[in-house]
Design a protein around this ligand. Structure first.
Ligand SMILES: NC(=O)c1ccc[n+]([C@@H]2O[C@H](COP(=O)([O-])OP(=O)(O)OC[C@H]3O[C@@H](n4cnc5c(N)ncnc54)[C@H](O)[C@@H]3O)[C@@H](O)[C@H]2O)c1
Length: 299
């Protein structure tokens, strides 16, 4: 974990748009770091579910004595949930974490920018969309940046910061300090498809699937090889099932199209699993079958 720091002084209030997996996690870590958080979602149920998840996560830490009930209450008191984007008028920094759809994101920026203070920083948690392109449609490309949290946010220690072509140094420095205050590390990435972590990790998974496709090894052999031969905490095929095979395929397609390099072609076996609906843990079946509790290799 990165060293503990105080909240960034110029940031008093954080806006988070999208109360799904990522937005709720970001709200949790920001409130625990002492920031006042306004969590916005079109769906009232999503914001309520997010608050319940955050409460449950922190309660688990309280039961393990890694946090006190006072800290739990203080964090929850700092979070306001709403469906009204106008409540972000006083936010100093906004993290957009809505569904990964470029048109939807552009729509929300169109509504949001007139509400924001001129000096407010706008960050997108997008995994695959160009930061430069998103920024260009806003009124503040200099104050726009990619802030890519990893899933699950409360557990993962890294946040990638992606500078668009127009992102100014001050925006980057403020965001770097903000991430540090969440006790997380930053890695700065230029604005190219899949940034750094996915650019390296997903082609490795794709290569593991090719290794299976070409009959070099079974699912069990490939995962055992990488766990004990490369000290990976989880084999690449098990990891693919965890990430979701549809997500892995989507990222490979972005790399293939965005970089126009055949080395990123998605493995046909990955395509076949996705077409079958065998998208991994969430579907009950992927490279492993999870339906009877104990994962059993499907090849
Ligand atoms: N899940 C991951 O592993 C992961 C990792 C890193 C980054 N991301 C990125 O984070 C973002 C969110 O992903 P997620 O997994 O949390 O998705 P999710 O589906 O869990 O949550 C998205 C939320 O956005 C809300 N939403 C949609 N349109 C909205 C609008 N116009 N205004 C307000 N709220 C709206 C939805 O109601 C939903 O609650 C995406 O850009 C994704 O690429 C996801």
């Amino acid at each position: 974990m990165a060293e503990t720091t105080q909240p960034v002084e110029m940031i008093k209030q954080i806006g988070i748009i999208g109360a799904g997996h990522m937005g709720s996690g970001i709200a949790q870590v920001a409130s625990l770091a002492g920031y006042k958080v306004i969590l916005v979602d079109v769906s009232k149920e999503k914001t309520e579910a997010a608050l319940a998840t955050i409460n449950g996560n922190i309660a688990r830490q309280v039961s393990k004595d890694t946090m006190t009930q006072d800290q739990q209450q203080a964090a929850l008191d700092l979070i306001t949930i709403t469906s009204d984007i106008n409540q972000l008028s006083e936010a100093d920094l906004v993290v957009e974490a809505i569904t990964e759809d470029e048109d939807l994101k552009q729509e929300i920026y169109k509504d949001l920018c007139p509400v924001l203070k001129p000096e407010a920083i706008l960050c997108s948690n997008t995994s695959t969309i160009s930061i430069t392109r998103l920024a260009a449609k806003t009124d503040r490309p200099a104050k726009f940046i990619g802030m890519h949290f990893m899933n699950p946010v409360p557990v993962m220690e890294l946040v990638e910061l992606i500078r668009g072509i127009a992102t100014e140094e001050e925006t980057y420095q403020t965001c770097k300090a903000f991430v540090k205050s969440l006790e997380k590390y930053t890695a700065v990435s230029e604005d190219f498809p899949a940034f750094i972590v996915h650019r390296i990790m997903i082609p490795m998974i794709n290569e593991a699937i090719y290794t299976l496709y070409e009959g070099v090894g079974t699912v069990e052999a490939i995962d055992t090889a990488m766990c004990y031969g490369a000290h990976h905490p989880m084999g690449p095929l098990e990891l693919a099932d965890f990430i979701g095979l549809d997500n892995c395929l989507g990222i490979m397609q972005k790399l293939y199209e965005g970089l126009a390099d055949p080395k990123y072609r998605p493995c046909p076996l990955l395509v076949k699993y996705v077409e079958a609906g065998w998208t991994g843990q969430k579907a009950g079946r992927g490279f492993y079958d999870y339906r009877d509790g104990t994962p059993v290799p499907t090849r």
